[in-house]
Design a protein around this ligand. Structure first.
Ligand SMILES: [Zn+2]
Length: 184
């Protein structure tokens, strides 16, 4: 389980391990908690044989530097395929990420840029069939509008094991309607 760390304004900052979260609790840096899920971390035993425990919330907000991450969503294939739910945006079939490709909607050879709004997840077959054409020219309309993830969508893309309450927190700030779902 990873814990979602927010800044004091409630903006996601990082996914952290329980041990890192425990350190923040011990340093008294946790300002508030969100979510219903929690995890009990067990520590050492004292002289009387009593073990120390610490309950960690799944979402914690901490004081400190406020980083605006909204403009920094790296365009990687891993994030792109997850944005599109591992679905080819031309034929609508779901594939293993291993066999998916990045399609430039307006082809690179025609001046199309390598940016979030000009890329789509495509299976090899569709990518090959479309070739150096636009979707209109190829008669292959896109099944969804490609978008640039906002900061909450970015944190969804980063972690494949999101707890239900973390998911509902992130999803309440998504700016694009899509079949977002928690995946194993
Ligand atoms: Zn396809």
């Amino acid at each position: 389980m990873l814990i979602l760390r927010l800044n004091k304004a409630g903006m996601p900052q990082d996914w952290i391990h329980p041990e890192q979260a425990a350190r923040l609790y011990c340093q008294d840096k946790v300002l508030f908690e969100l979510g219903h899920d929690s995890r009990l971390l067990r520590g050492g035993h004292n002289r009387l044989g009593i073990q120390s425990t610490l309950r960690l919330a799944s979402i914690i907000a901490c004081d400190g530097k406020v980083t605006d991450l909204s403009g920094k969503v790296a365009l990687t294939n891993r994030y792109l395929f997850r944005r599109d739910n591992d679905i080819c945006l031309y034929c609508g079939q779901r594939f293993s990420p291993r066999v998916l490709t990045r399609d430039h909607i307006i082809p690179r050879s025609r001046g199309g840029k390598n940016i979030w709004t000009n890329v789509a997840t495509a299976c090899r077959r569709c990518n090959h069939a479309k070739a150096a054409r636009t979707p209109e020219e190829a008669g292959m309309p896109l099944l969804a509008v490609p978008f640039r993830p906002n900061v909450y969508e970015r944190f969804y893309l980063m972690n494949r094991r999101i707890l239900a309450d973390q998911m509902s927190f992130l999803a309440s700030h998504f700016s694009h309607q899509r079949d977002w779902q928690v995946q194993d």
